[in-house]
Design a protein around this ligand. Structure first.
Ligand SMILES: *[C@@H]1O[C@H](CO)[C@@H](O)[C@H](O)[C@H]1NC(C)=O
Length: 245
């Protein structure tokens, strides 16, 4: 018990609590939150040269885990593994980088953001517990940046406000037009069946006319054609001998 207490005191000492609170990127950017990702402003001019050797991690936690969060549980451990979040890990740690990648001051006009949840290749790969994988639900989530020197926490930001992601439209919200089919697919199927019916009707009509034509030319369709041809031939045949005579 005593060693644990000493360890807690040792880690609490020297932890720089920064006022900065992580925030979502400007909505002007568009797509700041999707159903499985969100975009944060990079923590520029937040950590100082005092954390020059440290690795800066992003901690993503369920809100219930924030009050009792233990900075000493390191990244990559089962309790901080992306693949175990949030079922058996109340938080995960990802997007580790050094101060060099968050240069200060930030160049004017440069877009300096981090997309959380963008890495799909390691979603189920338990050998990559620090995966920046897609978030499993709309949340809400709270995040903070934590600087570790070796395994020692040296600085942290405040926790963000709760971040809630977009909700995918539930199937029950789509007008009930048959289970599992989208309205678009149903419309397309209907149009195709109507077109097919018209085509079939046309084909049947053509066959009927064609059939009656072949069986003796008594239909109203074939008569005018036959008459025209006969008249032309008659005229032609009578003309020529007349010219020769
Ligand atoms: C981030 O962490 C991973 C796994 O712990 C490590 O392999 C990688 O080198 C680290 N990257 C940086 C920039 O610290």
């Amino acid at each position: 018990m005593l060693p644990l207490l000493l360890l807690l005191l040792a880690t609490a000492h020297g932890l720089d609590r920064l006022q900065y609170k992580p925030t979502l990127a400007s909505p002007k950017l568009g797509g700041v939150t999707t159903t499985s990702t969100f975009v944060l402003e990079q923590p520029r001019c937040v950590f100082t040269e005092m954390q020059g050797n440290a690795v800066i991690w992003l901690v993503v936690a369920v809100p219930e885990a924030v009050d009792s969060f233990n900075n000493s549980v390191g990244p990559g451990t089962p309790e901080r593994a992306f693949q175990a979040f949030p079922a058996s890990a109340p938080a995960y740690m990802t997007l580790n980088t050094t101060l060099l990648n968050y240069p200060c001051p930030k160049p004017a006009g440069e877009i300096t953001v981090l997309r959380v949840g963008s890495e799909t290749s390691c979603t189920r790969d338990e050998t990559r517990p620090t995966c920046n994988g897609p978030l499993p639900s709309p949340g809400p989530y709270r995040v903070k940046f934590l600087a570790l020197d070796g395994s020692k926490p040296v600085a942290e930001t405040a926790w963000s406000d709760p971040i809630t992601l977009r909700t995918a439209q539930a199937p029950s919200n789509i007008p009930a037009m048959g289970s599992g089919h989208s309205a678009g697919m149903i419309a397309l199927t209907s149009i195709l069946s109507i077109l097919f019916a018209i085509l079939l009707a046309g084909l049947v009509a053509m066959l009927v006319f064609w059939g009656s034509d072949a069986c003796g030319g008594s239909s109203t369709f074939s008569k005018p054609e036959a008459v025209t041809v006969q008249r032309y031939n008659t005229h032609h045949v009578f003309d020529q001998p007349a010219a020769q005579l």
